[in-house]
Design a protein around this ligand. Structure first.
Ligand code: GRF
Length: 186
């Protein structure tokens, strides 16, 4: 598959996917990174990993539809057939969804359907849940609402906030690569 990653922030999942591709753990190529913020650290990662990137900012478009149409145009130009959202902080709308029906997945830092939305991890920390985790799911027009593909879990007991955040990200990277591998075998 030719994969595009869409990100807004740090980009550690993007880097994990690219590294898995480089070492042959997944067969797919990560052909382009699309970011919606020029401050995204994912851009720095794309530079040192040697992955092409494009910045597409909503503020430069008259509406969400034309913004997403530009993203679709870029995806087509790169012959992308699969999209991984990784810390992409926008709801995907009809223009992008219909162009890539069933071929967009996202990672969320909780065990969905618990704790949807951008404060999901904080909510899971505030809960009394003994298990934390992450979910990769199909994307539809509902916030973190598409069908669940796979999850990964870890225990919180006795760990500091920093340790839990580190463990979350390590687990996310394992999960995302595992799911892409599963998708390739389908
Ligand atoms: C991850 O925790 C992911 O679950 C959430 O946003 C975060 C992105 O992290 N959707 P990164 O930018 O990949 O480091």
């Amino acid at each position: 598959m030719q994969i595009a990653v869409l990100a807004s922030g740090n980009g550690s999942n993007f880097e994990a996917i690219v590294r898995a591709s480089k070492r042959g753990e997944i067969k797919s190529q990560i052909s382009v990174l699309i970011v919606d913020k020029k401050s995204s650290y994912a851009i720095t990662r794309a530079k040192y990993l040697g992955v092409k990137y494009v910045i597409v900012e909503l503020a430069n478009f008259s509406d969400k539809q034309s913004y997403e149409q530009e993203i679709v145009n870029i995806l087509k130009a790169y012959n992308i057939d699969f999209i991984c959202l990784a810390g992409y902080m926008k709801i995907v709308s009809e223009t992008l969804l219909s162009a890539y029906q069933g071929r967009i997945i996202n990672i969320h830092p909780t065990l969905l359907p618990k704790y949807k939305g951008k404060f999901g991890f904080d909510l899971s920390l505030e809960s009394m849940d003994e298990e934390l985790g992450a979910t990769v799911h199909h994307v539809n027009n509902q916030l973190d609402g598409g069908e669940i593909i796979d999850q990964i879990r870890f225990l919180r007991k006795g760990k500091t906030l920093e340790e839990l955040e580190k463990e979350l990200h390590e687990n996310e990277h394992i999960l995302y690569v595992r799911v892409i591998k599963e998708m390739e075998e389908k």
